[in-house]
Design a protein around this ligand. Structure first.
Ligand code: ZN
Length: 174
């Protein structure tokens, strides 16, 4: 496994629409292993492939984190359907928008189909934090970030904050 670099706003790649994976191969699994390690290293609970610069429809997640690392999960070519009318607010953050959090409302439950780590087709109903997280990650595959749901002013503020953070980090590293 290897740690990959997580890209952050305003990197234009985060606006790309990711492409379906043709088959779950050892190469796909290598990428998923790298993504999981990268997510763990960054104290995240979910990561989409485009966040490490790979425009493929792949998501990794571990909702037991960031304290525990007990439930690694892998989603290839995920498709969402049947969102509930009821919505749940959640204080969301994103490894590509580090240090910024905002409350976003999303459907409370949603149906999900995907291929797992071994390429098996799985269908399930997502609810609770799983529903929120899978919808946030699915958005990444469509080039959408959670800050895109905010007002233009708030969005600009978030991007500025990340830019400053990155600049400070580069300066500290110099
Ligand atoms: Zn995110």
């Amino acid at each position: 496994m290897a740690i990959r670099e997580i890209i952050t706003v305003p990197d234009p790649r985060l606006k790309e629409i990711s492409k379906p994976v043709e088959a779950v191969t050892d190469e796909t699994r290598q990428l998923m292993d790298d993504m999981l390690e990268t997510m763990y290293e960054a104290d995240g609970i979910g990561l989409a492939a485009i966040q490490v610069g790979v425009p493929q429809r792949i998501i990794v997640m571990d909702l037991s984190g960031p304290e525990e690392r007990a439930e690694p999960r892998f989603f290839v070519n995920p498709v969402l359907s049947d969102p509930s009318e009821g919505k749940t607010p959640y204080d969301e953050g994103c490894l590509s928008v580090p240090g910024y959090y905002e409350t976003i409302e999303r459907p409370s439950t949603i149906k999900l189909t995907y291929l797992d780590y071994d390429g098996n087709e799985v269908e399930e109903i997502a609810e609770g934090m799983f529903a929120t997280c899978i919808q946030h990650e699915m958005d990444h595959l469509e080039g959408v970030l959670f800050i895109d749901y905010l007002s233009r002013l708030k969005r600009q503020r978030a991007v500025q904050k990340v830019k400053k953070l990155e600049k400070d980090k580069a300066r500290d590293a110099a």
